[in-house]
Design a binder for this molecule. Structure first.
Ligand SMILES: Cc1cc2nc3c(=O)[nH]c(=O)nc-3n(C[C@H](O)[C@H](O)[C@H](O)COP(=O)(O)OP(=O)(O)OC[C@H]3O[C@@H](n4cnc5c(N)ncnc54)[C@H](O)[C@@H]3O)c2cc1C
Length: 422
């Protein structure tokens, strides 16, 4: 491992939650940090998400029950999942590896690793939000899984057992208890699970932008520019940019979210096994006299509805498709229809619909560590459904590895070597 030292120059590629968090952790250890992003901070995936920070997110999509659910998923029976067959067939290696990691042993390793990362990130997020002056953006009143029938609730037993095993605080609610918590949800859910070990924010993009402003106040730099090439030489790295002004660095961190795959392929010929779980959002004004206090996940509808500064944000489930394929409206339309069954929604706001890609490794664990075969090139990518919540823990772990500090959590499950060779 190529150790970094305080005072050395680090260039971070990508100003999403993960890149900004890495930059903050490095700057707090006195490194000279510059972040590059053509869109500016928090404008891509880290803008469009549902803003949930939840211990329940330790459950990956590829759990041991996935095989049994697969026939229904492939037949399009679940509104929270769709796929573009030609793209999926083209990604068969990723797909088989993703399914392979649904084995019980992998599930155990992944849930343990994600639990540690999520818990550590929760602590760091809380401290950073206070220090950045944005604690008011955070709600600590949990989130809700809604069930439209007793049978649907029963089918979630494995998930609840897993959460209980990790000590995640939850409470099962009947219709009356749910009504007390969220009086404006329609009375159509006989059961709900209240995940109490969860927070949410009212604007994920603003949180990232506030962290970026705090980074700048601490002496870090954020440049609106695109990295177009990396060149290794005896003195370190030259980062070539779209603007034509190169940057010199002792260390480079790749935190490009879903863009990481093409970037690493183009620069180094590395084949990153990353799938794209695309998702969309749409904003609504709340219907007059109604409010939602916390995010809700309608397990039958496959959508999340979350109160945001912009109104109510409806986010869709998963669409397996190419990162830049045109948006597919059907999933968003179904999500809107099913959400209107559950909650009175007002008109759409003037915000445009949004589409982004959750960048997912086959074992649903992010990659955090030095890139095999590339001295002083560090990776912080592949955060699937949980990158907004786990950015800060990732930043801390990466900085600890770079500077040779004892790490707060076990880095082994996140090592890039599990999928990349020198
Ligand atoms: C619908 C949906 C809902 C979600 N809900 C949640 C949730 O509730 N909670 C949660 O924790 N997570 C959630 N996620 C996941 C989360 O949003 C992502 O895991 C996270 O945002 C990834 O952050 P990132 O910094 O890695 O990537 P990004 O935020 O995508 O940042 C990567 C950045 O790299 C920049 N870039 C690209 N190319 C270059 C280049 N050549 N040079 C410089 N910069 C470049 C891009 O402009 C972009 O800003 C959700 C995702 C989706 C799609």
């Amino acid at each position: 491992m190529t150790q970094a030292r305080p005072g050395q120059r680090a260039v971070v590629l990508g100003a999403g939650m993960v890149g900004i968090a890495c930059a903050l952790s490095l700057r707090q250890r006195s490194m000279d940090v510059t972040v590059l992003d053509p869109l500016g901070p928090g404008a891509a995936t880290s803008h469009g998400n549902a803003g949930v920070l939840a211990r329940s997110s330790l459950m990956p999509f590829n759990h041991p029950g996935l095989w049994a659910q697969l026939p229904a998923l492939l037949r399009g029976k679940n509104p929270g999942f769709r796929y573009h067959l030609p793209w999926v067939l083209g990604q068969w290696r990723w797909g088989l590896s993703f399914l392979g990691h649904a084995r019980a042993a992998d599930f155990q390793e992944t849930t343990t690793a994600l639990d540690a990362l999520i818990r550590h990130s929760g602590t760091v997020h809380r401290r950073w939000m206070a220090e950045a002056g944005i604690a008011h953006r955070r709600r600590d009143d949990g989130w809700l899984f809604l069930y439209r029938s007793e049978a649907a609730f029963d089918s979630g037993a494995f998930g609840r057992e897993t959460l209980a095993r990790f000590g995640v605080a939850t409470r099962v609610l009947d219709a009356a208890a749910l009504h007390e918590l969220e009086p404006h949800l329609k009375p159509m859910f006989p059961r709900a699970l209240w995940v109490q070990d969860a927070s949410s924010v009212d604007s994920p993009g603003e949180v990232v932008r506030s962290y970026a402003a705090w980074l700048q106040a601490l002496g870090g730099a954020v440049r609106t520019d695109e990295a177009t090439g990396l060149h290794r030489h005896s003195g370190g790295w030259t980062v070539h940019t779209r603007s034509g002004t190169p940057l010199e660095a002792d260390h480079v961190v790749v935190a490009l979210g879903p863009w990481s795959r093409d970037f690493l392929r183009g620069q180094f010929g590395l084949r990153l096994p990353m799938g794209f779980e695309r998702g969309q959002h749409r904003h609504f004004h709340p219907a007059e006299g109604t409010a939602l206090c916390r995010p809700v996940y309608d397990t039958a509808g496959g959508y999340v509805l979350a109160p945001m500064a912009q109104g109510l944000r409806l986010t869709t489930g998963v669409e397996l498709n190419a990162q830049f394929a045109p948006p597919h409206q059907a999933q968003l339309e179904v999500a809107e229809r099913t959400a209107r069954e559950a909650m009175p929604l007002g008109d759409r706001t003037s915000d445009p619909d949004w589409l982004g890609s959750r960048p997912t490794m086959p074992d649903c664990r992010p990659m955090i560590g030095e890139c095999p075969g590339q001295e002083a090139l560090w990776l912080a990518l592949g955060h699937q459904h949980i990158g907004f919540s786990t950015g800060p823990g990732t930043g801390e772990l990466l900085a600890q590895l770079m500077l040779g500090e004892p790490s707060a959590i076990d880095p082994h499950p996140f090592r890039p070597q599990r999928f990349l060779r020198a």
